[in-house]
Design a protein around this ligand. Structure first.
Ligand code: NAP
Ligand code: ZN
Length: 353
């Protein structure tokens, strides 16, 4: 039987930096191992803004952004084992990988040696079909890349966990945040605020490093026990040679040597923020106290499910401002001004209007 494509409403950018506008796209009818999801919410990540503006190069238009997707399973292919219609599910930043390489076998599909297929602004493993993201009514995804949203987590507050949550959970786990560790989170935005909540729930002592004092009360409420404003010399002084682990979420070019100066002996700073500019690092920012500079991207599917379950257990969701899809261009401007507390989430039902 020929399976017909499913027509789906969406919002897309048609060229670099252009405002997003309504568009109609097609989703594949679910194949044997696919899950068709009715999207309910989609978070707005700073990566969406970078990619719509082609900050990283190679952008594919029309681009339907969105990789913090939650929704309800509408139908499943005949070989799907893990999901059934009505299930509450999420999809994050990737929708496929080779499944065979060392990284995929280790459950680290985000480091697939052949190709991780991004949820949007990418091409499927066939090298041709463009992928289109979650600012849309429905999506078809192989069940290997679908995660379960536990009962206690509302779908709107859970959406940002699919990127902001896992992107910070994974390095916190890898570099062993927990009791006895001093963790600093640089930048209190979408990723940063989840890093604070997660690191605190893991038992670490958490300090937020922000540019001003504007977000101090919020940071303390999220679980930070200290707060540094880099614009204030006396405050910045208190951050020197102090942290075991820094999760750096800064989205535009900033002086990394300053932040490296905040690490203690054997400390590690992990870049998750992804400005496209070179970030010059002095050798003497690393050598004297045996410091390390590292990077990390999202997390594997198994770890994403683990993070979801951890959030449900600790009652952690994102701090969100729910918007209707018509407000998306305004929201992008506010993301660029760091004027978001702390994640925009699109109510996808607003697409129908
Ligand atoms: P966001 O909500 O805009 O937060 C970024 C924060 O960085 C801002 O709130 C601000 O914090 C700080 N900041 C921005 N410009 C700065 C500057 N020039 N100097 C110092 N601090 C600055 O963005 P997000 O959604 O959390 O994403 C953050 C970055 O992570 C983006 O580049 C995104 O593309 C990247 N990302 C990477 C991955 C990955 O897999 N590695 C996944 C998702 C996102 P304060 O106002 O507190 O100073
Ligand atoms: Zn993201």
């Amino acid at each position: 039987m020929l399976k017909t494509a499913i027509k789906t409403k969406a919002y897309a950018a048609t060229a670099s930096g252009k405002n997003l506008e309504p568009i109609e796209i097609e989703r594949r009818a679910p194949g044997a191992t696919d899950v068709l999801i009715k999207i309910k919410f989609c978070g707005v990540c700073h990566s969406d803004v970078h990619q719509v503006h082609d900050d990283w190069g190679g952008a594919i238009y029309p681009m339907v952004p969105g990789h913090e997707i939650t929704g309800i399973v509408e139908s499943v292919g005949e070989k799907v084992k893990g999901f059934k219609p009505g299930d509450r599910v999420g999809v994050g930043c990737m929708v496929d990988s080779c499944g065979e390489c060392n990284s995929c076998q280790a459950g680290e599909e985000q480091y697939c040696e052949k190709k991780m297929v991004l949820t949007y602004n990418d091409r499927e493993l066939d090298g041709k079909t463009p992928t289109l993201g979650g600012y849309s009514d429905k999506i078809t995804v192989d069940e290997r890349f679908v995660v379960r949203i536990p009962k206690g987590l509302p779908l709107d507050k859970a959406a940002p966990l699919l990127c902001a949550g896992i992107t910070t959970y994974s390095p916190l786990m890898h570099w062993k945040a927990g009791p006895g560790k001093e963790v600093a989170v640089v930048g209190l935005g979408g990723l940063g605020h989840m890093a604070v909540k997660l690191a605190a729930a893991m038992g670490s002592k958490v300090t937020v490093v922000s540019r001003s004092f504007a977000k101090k009360d919020d940071a303390l409420q999220m679980g930070a026990s200290d707060y540094i404003a880099t614009s204030d010399a006396a405050s910045a002084e208190k951050a020197k040679n102090r942290f075991d682990l820094i999760i750096n979420t800064v989205s535009s070019a900033a002086d990394m040597n300053n932040y490296l100066g905040m690490l203690r002996r054997d400390g590690v700073m992990v870049l998750v923020g992804a400005p496209n500019e070179d970030l010059p690092v002095r050798a003497f920012s690393l050598i004297p106290q045996r410091k390390s500079l590292a990077g990390s991207t999202i997390g594997g599917i198994r770890e994403t499910q683990e993070m979801m379950d951890f959030c449900a257990k600790h009652n952690l969701g994102a701090e969100i401002e729910v918007i209707s899809i018509e407000k998306i261009n305004e929201a992008y401007q506010r993301v660029l001004k760091s004027d978001v507390r702390y994640r925009f989430v699109i109510d996808i039902d607003s697409l129908a209007k």
